[in-house]
Design a protein around this ligand. Sequence first.
Ligand code: SF4
Length: 250
Amino acid sequence: MQGAGSTVAPVPLSEIFSSIQGEGPYVGCRHLFIRFTGCNLSCRYCDTPRGEPPGCRVEVKPGTGSFVTIPNPLTPEEVAVLISGVDLGKYHAVSLTGGEPLLYPDFLRELIPLLRGARRGIYLETNGTLFGALESLLHLVDVIAMDVKLPSATGMQPLWEEHGRFLKAARKKEVFLKAVVVKGTPLDEVAVAAGMAEAAGVPLILQPVTAGEPGRLPAPGELLWLQSKALEVARDVRVIPQVHRFCGMR
Ligand code: SF4
């Protein structure tokens, strides 16, 4: 069933909240996060609950941990109403995150124009595989935080071809690559990611795994060795952990 005023099917959302961006080159920037449910991948380190939540948790006041739950699914207009009290002019961006937001291209096409007002615009956090959906939405997105999934970290088969096609489209906008690394991530995997970043002229962020797998956290020496080797391939390789966790933020 479609909602009043909407031409697309409503979708289930997981949560809407304010926080700092905790990953990548924009760490510390104030973002409004809209978290979608569902994903086409299954990374071993994933901390996103599976299944469709009955309601979307909407934060009442930034950082207080106080939420109200709105029944799912939601239309783009209903999402816009839920964030209408947020002063987006103080925000670096509205972050579309997941799960995988690009599972819902039709919904995003209607939602994104309702989210304007943040200083840098729309920030898409994506697993970097659904290139067809990205191409159809590229004109609506401002910054793309694209994962490169390393098999040693995800436990999945390589996705180099999908990532390559995705990056070919994404590089028309501001984009950076983010690869989660674990203890024992082989150099050849990082080298492929570095090669992709260098070919596209974009930064590569190596993010040590944190979610749920403390035993797999690479040692400082291992991280710096991977970075050093990657810098032989690409000119901009940074090691950035998830910083929001250091101050108890979501
Ligand atoms: S791409 Fe992200 S949401 Fe999907 S399984 Fe991997 S970590 Fe989880």
